[in-house]
Design a protein around this ligand. Structure first.
Ligand code: PRX
Length: 658
């Protein structure tokens, strides 16, 4: 939306007093956190988490940028997410209403979850897994995914969940980097009405001479035939069903690694972001309480993310379960079997809190408001948004057609690295400004810096978002690469600023507006993709000599992947006969095979040259101009300024996704 149309129709939404009267978040929290940040976080940790041993020191920042939180404390994350709710008499409360894509359903109470997690923990131990061993989880959105994560947490084995849409290649890289000892997968999952296999990707990922993986545990979901390796593969049912139903949740150190989650950075190699137990769980539970305003006794919460992403970790598994909430877990896509499926589910379960991504909202806008209007959405009381900026138009549509003009919308800014929500309005407290994530939550401190690293507060000036104080759920590093951690996050503006990689500005009311990545990371439908990773996937194809990838703005997906490739002249391979559209198709499939279908470029343009500076750096800015159909910007630093004309003239040779 343009700034003009926004200012014509500028509308803010003050908190509704009735909502405020019951809200978990309060205005006083800001002042309390500001007056004594560590005291504030210590209080949150003690109020929301059950510690087997209380911590002695809240924060140790003496080894900055390597933080330690709640030092001396001991806890078990699975105990906090499951056992204590059963002990408190809430074993009959539903933890998960599961709705499979084919329409199969399951109801999992906290007592059921407790039994399943204990059995799975016993089973994993019987396979030789112990504290500190790493486990890859490659699963569809089924309750066993939650059980598997919690079973790992229980025994102190850090999990590395790999999104089920990633390819065998991507899975292989992640398994090797984290040196996983075990993989938990399924025969398959359901996708748009059909079973889709998962196990073959695991087989292919492990089909290398050297792997640290000893066992693969396979959950039966679709009943598909699977290839079987007798010495390595075991059925989940064969080890979990007979396992004992009790398991002692030994407490782990507050700083014991809870999980690793890979995310794209500015180089081709994904970063293994790792989080530890006490601080992460504290902030996940705290934010789920004050931002989503979860009231575990009465709410029916639904986060539509996949557990393969950080949103699924913090806001399907750890936050809501630590709070003892009841949630919906849905396996499928919004358009199967029809475009009203989500609204049908909200009506069926009486969902009260919905947390989703702007790309989904924009898709629903395109499908038309008459679809949600056919359903009763009156149970909803809070709406959330995450993953990318939500444009004011989409925000207003979301409020009107999904939120019945009454639900507060929380636009939550955070990252895999931050572990939990950092910037967001508080429902019942903040006067909402459509399109802005507004303010750091109580306990979090952010600033906007200029190119020289000087903080400023003028309105409408664009700068870089930084975080200025450590926070409990901050990443503790990049798995196996402390130097990259320091370099990536704590060097751009000096060691006292965490550089988030996002551009931002203030408006005249002091609200923060996030403006997208300022590095070579793209955001496609709320998923982080690195230009370098896709470029290296493209050049691994025998026909490609060179590739440059840019994120072009896209109405639906926020950004779309656009690739420019130079073909090899000396090719001599089976793809040789391919030309034009067939070649573009082949290259798109090749990227899907190397990384996953989500990384397929929307557009691939075959060009004869790429614009480079005299030092040989590709000028993506100019390619972005081409990709977005703009007048091409300043070309004076190009080594050969005629290149851009060549590219523009040759644009017929590319192809878009059909
Ligand atoms: O660019 C920001 C964008 O998503 C990036 C983090 O991506 P990831 O680690 O995959 O985590 C996504 C889910 C937390 C950020 O650097 N981003 C996330 N939320 C927002 C956002 N941009 C604008 N507004 C948001 N609410």
């Amino acid at each position: 939306m343009s700034e003009e149309s926004l200012s014509h129709d500028h509308h803010t939404f003050p908190a509704d007093p009735a909502f405020a009267a019951q809200a978990n978040g309060t205005a006083e929290m800001y002042a309390a956190a500001e007056a004594d940040p560590e005291g504030f976080w210590a209080a949150q940790a003690r109020e929301r988490i059950t510690w087997a041993k209380d911590f002695e020191t809240t924060l140790d920042w003496s080894g900055a940028p390597f933080a330690k939180w709640f030092i001396g404390g001991e806890l078990n994350a699975a105990y906090n997410c499951v056992d204590r709710h059963v002990e408190n008499g809430n074993g009959d409360r539903v933890a998960i209403h599961f709705e499979g894509e084919p329409g199969d359903t399951r109801t999992v109470t906290y007592a059921d979850l407790h039994r399943e997690v204990c059995k799975a923990a016993n089973a994993l131990e019987s396979l030789g897994l112990g504290k500190g061993d790493t486990v890859a989880i490659y699963l569809p959105m089924i309750p066993e995914a939650v059980v598997a994560m919690l079973a790992c947490a229980r025994i102190g084995a850090p999990h590395s969940v790999v999104f089920g849409g990633f390819s065998a290649e991507a899975l292989n890289t992640r398994i090797n980097d984290a040196q996983c000892k075990l993989v938990i997968t399924a025969d398959g999952g359901y996708r748009r009405g059909n079973p889709s296999a998962l196990k073959p990707a695991v087989d292919a990922a492990l089909d290398h001479a050297q792997t640290t993986v000893e066992k693969v545990v396979v959950i039966r979901r679709t009943g598909q035939d699977v290839a079987w390796n007798d010495s390595r593969d075991v059925w989940w049912d064969d080890v979990v069903a007979p396992a004992a139903e009790t398991h002692e949740a030994v407490a782990h150190d507050s700083e014991h690694p809870l999980f690793i989650l890979y995310t794209s950075g500015t180089t081709g190699k994904p970063k293994g972001i790792f989080h530890t137990t006490g601080g992460y769980l504290t902030q996940a539970a705290y934010t789920n309480a004050i931002v989503h305003d979860v009231h575990p006794e009465t709410d029916l919460y639904w986060c539509t993310a996949d557990i393969g992403w950080v949103t699924g970790h913090s806001y399907i598994v750890y936050g809501p379960l630590a709070n003892g909430a009841t949630q919906l877990l849905y396996e499928g896509t919004p358009d199967t079997p029809h475009q009203g499926r989500w609204w049908e589910l909200i009506q069926k379960y009486g969902v009260t809190i919905l947390y989703t991504a702007p790309t989904a909202v924009r898709t629903f806008m395109k499908w038309g408001h008459d679809i949600p209007e056919k359903f009763d959405l009156s149970s909803l009381r809070v709406l959330g948004s995450v993953g990318e900026p939500i444009n004011p138009e989409a925000w207003l549509w979301y409020r009107k057609y999904i939120g019945g003009d009454r639900c507060p919308i929380v636009d939550t800014w955070w990252q895999t690295e931050t572990g939990a929500i950092m910037i967001s309005p508080l429902p019942g407290v903040t006067t909402l400004e459509p399109g802005s994530a507004q303010k750091p939550i109580p306990g979090v401190n952010a600033q906007i810096l200029d190119d020289e690293g000087k903080p400023f507060t003028e309105a409408e000036r664009v700068g870089y978002l930084v975080l200025t104080k450590p926070w409990p759920s901050m990443l503790r590093g990049i798995w196996g690469d402390p130097e990259r951690y320091r370099q990536t996050y704590w060097s751009r503006f000096g060691p006292e600023y965490y550089f988030a990689g996002d551009g931002a500005k203030y408006d005249k009311d002091g609200n923060i507006w996030l403006l997208g990545r300022v590095d070579d990371v793209m955001n496609v439908s709320g998923h982080r993709m690195s230009t370098a990773e896709i470029e290296s996937a493209l050049v691994s194809h025998p026909r490609v000599a060179e590739a440059a990838v840019v994120g072009a703005s896209d109405e639906m997906t926020g950004q779309a992947i656009v690739a420019f490739v130079i073909l090899r002249m000396d090719h001599d391979d089976e793809a040789e006969h391919l030309d034009g559209d067939a070649l573009v198709k082949e290259l798109r499939n090749h990227v899907a095979k190397e990384i996953g279908p989500i990384a397929k470029p929307r557009t691939i343009m075959v060009v004869s040259e790429l614009p480079k500076t005299r030092s040989g750096k590709i000028m993506r800015r100019l390619l972005k101009d081409v990709a977005e159909g703009r007048e091409i910007g300043d070309v004076t630093t190009l080594a050969d300024s005629s290149v851009m004309n060549l590219i523009k003239d040759g644009l017929g040779a590319g192809g878009d996704e059909g």
